[in-house]
Write a protein that binds this ligand. Structure first.
Ligand code: BV8
Length: 240
């Protein structure tokens, strides 16, 4: 019995730029998060040990923002591509690997999503390891719903910590036919190293407002806002 093999296995890596037009800030743009917050204070385990209240407030603020934003046309186009694979309109397979901790891919209808840097709508207990869904504020004295100890932290990957789902991501990268980056500056590793990893076996495409730092790593660049370029790219794929 011949194994059904999708003709087009695509891994899409998204960054903060895909959520910019939904109203969420990016990190490195002029008015980005890092222009107002110190990475070492709010995005490292050392910073959390030094001042957990400062870090919790940083993530509580970003979590509260989520309620006021909606997925945009770029998120919706990727969800449509996943649906097309599901109902046979497209003989392909789509995996979204996101550096984003927002939930806009899922709210757009995407299911095949790996959050390699964690999720805002979860916290993690450093005593019992529970990772309960969390929609409101979390403070240093907030008890864990499972073990009741006040040892909760944001369920995100900070600098110096190992990203999540790396095995599944490495397997998908090794087997992909196309690798597409959307709205990422390509400055944070290991995510920034994926394109070099797949270049020998996959078509590489970058979608961003600006040209990539290393253009030679990409076979194609689509320059423009994600809400315009991603739907165009998906229509082209489904039309092909
Ligand atoms: C690790 C979670 C070991 C929390 C984040 C190799 C060389 C040098 C350094 C390192 C290295 N390897 C590791 C390091 C150290 C470090 C690192 O990379 N440092 C950098 C600064 C040099 N990496 C780590 O510590 C990582 N851990 O390596 O562990 C290991 C490795 C492999 C396997 C096992 C173990 C952990 C890093 C994770 C840190 N946590 N986030 C939170 O969100 O608060 S990183 C955070 O910043 C994001 O998640 C994201 O990853 C990164 C931001 O990047 P972008 O998403 O790209 O956003 P940015 O603002 O930069 O760019 C936005 C882009 O969008 C721009 O290009 C802009 O033009 C574009 N844009 C804007 N608007 C639009 C648009 N595009 C289209 N349309 C628009 N409308």
């Amino acid at each position: 019995m011949t194994q059904h093999h999708p003709a087009d296995r695509i891994v899409v890596l998204t960054g903060a730029g895909i959520s910019r037009e939904s109203g969420l800030e990016t990190f490195r743009d002029a008015d980005g998060l890092w222009s107002r917050h110190n990475i070492a204070d709010v995005c490292t385990p050392e910073g959390f040990r030094r001042d957990p209240m400062l870090v919790d407030r940083f993530y509580n603020g970003r979590r509260a923002e989520l309620a006021g934003v909606q997925p945009n046309a770029a998120h919706l186009a990727l969800a449509e591509l996943e649906r097309a694979a599901h109902d046979g309109r497209w003989n392909g397979e789509l995996l979204i690997v996101t550096q984003n901790i927002d939930d806009l891919h899922e709210r757009a209808g995407s299911h095949n999503v790996l959050h390699m840097h964690g999720e805002l709508r979860r916290v993690r207990c450093t005593s019992c390891g529970a990772t309960p869904e969390w929609l409101g504020d979390c403070l240093p004295d907030t008890p864990c719903p499972a073990c009741h100890r006040p040892t909760l932290r944001p369920d995100v990957v900070w600098f110096g910590e190992v990203p999540l789902h790396m095995d599944r991501i490495e397997t998908a990268l090794a087997g992909c036919d196309r690798f597409v980056t959307i709205g990422t500056s390509g400055t944070v590793y290991p995510a920034a190293g994926f394109v070099a990893q797949v270049r020998d076996h996959a078509e590489t495409v970058d979608i961003n407002l600006d040209p990539p730092q290393v253009p030679t790593l990409f076979d194609r660049t689509l320059i423009g806002p994600a809400t315009r370029m991603v739907p165009q790219w998906v229509i082209e794929l489904l039309g092909a």
